[in-house]
Write a protein that binds this ligand. Sequence first.
Ligand SMILES: Nc1ncnc2c1ncn2[C@@H]1O[C@H](COP(=O)(O)OP(=O)(O)OP(=O)(O)O)[C@@H](O)[C@H]1O
Ligand SMILES: [Mg+2]
Length: 304
Amino acid sequence: MTEKEYLQSLPDSVRGMVGKPDGERLQFIRQQKFIRYQKAETVLKRMQELMDEPKKERMPALLLLGDSGNGKTSIARKFVEMHTFEPSDPNDYFEDEGDLPVLFVQAPIGPNASDLYDNILRALDVPSRRDSKSVKEGQIEHYFRVLNVRMMIVDEIHNILSGTVPKKKEFMNALKNLSNSLQIPIVLIGIKDALNAVNTDLQIRSRFKPIMLNRWGFDKEYLILLKSIEKTIPLKKPSLIYRDERFARAILDRSNGLFGEIMGIISALAKEAIVSGREKMAYDMLKNLDYAFLSDDDILLEEL
Ligand SMILES: Nc1ncnc2c1ncn2[C@@H]1O[C@H](COP(=O)(O)OP(=O)(O)OP(=O)(O)O)[C@@H](O)[C@H]1O
Ligand SMILES: [Mg+2]
């Protein structure tokens, strides 16, 4: 691939950055962007199907499982973003004011339904007071209807595993009741152990269809991913990691197959390519990779 062909293969937004100063390019690399891959598309599609289900008494639900750092929350946030109205014209804003199609909340630490309600009310921007559980339930139902919420995502559901069995049951029942009374589908997200949370009750287990986000292995999907990631990085020369088996395998081994780590390693390689002036990522850079860059990056992302 010639340099010219390589530059032409980059998306406009990335090609436009190639000639920019190093500092700007490093900043660009640090910005979070969602990279599409087959499994993520499958999950997004499943979520959309779930959201489009006609309202009924027993709404189906989804349980998205996977190891920590493998991209579960990123997919959920992408889904939220896909359903967030972005006013191109500030005057457009009022047209969709009030609609919140997908509500994203964190599970509380411990299976406490009242804490879950607080998290939901906070996500709805409703000031929560020391009200009783049933008052909070009423508020949630009211605001879900007003804001036209059509799906609720509860992340970090494994948080509730620390509690006693009766408490876990009570918590899962609260979720089930919300889903029933509002007739909206729920997506739960967590590490594999979270499966135990839905196993508290047969009725709940039968409703939550689990879907696994497996770690990456050395296969075609992974090579396509490497190619996609490379296209998000404004370097002057092609690195073509996906064509270099030794390089591609070394990154996978170091990452333990986790998306976050793969991204971190490639970001660090891209930084090295810019700072060293070599303008391409190379296998020998793996030896002395600057991992400080990674932790910086993680802090930045946590704040989003
Ligand atoms: N599709 C993607 N595009 C770009 N970056 C991604 C993508 N998926 C994951 N990442 C990167 O990987 C990191 C970890 O992903 P994420 O936080 O989504 O994992 P997780 O499965 O929710 O982990 P945890 O169980 O610890 O919450 C993210 O901070 C992000 O940098
Ligand atoms: Mg997460």
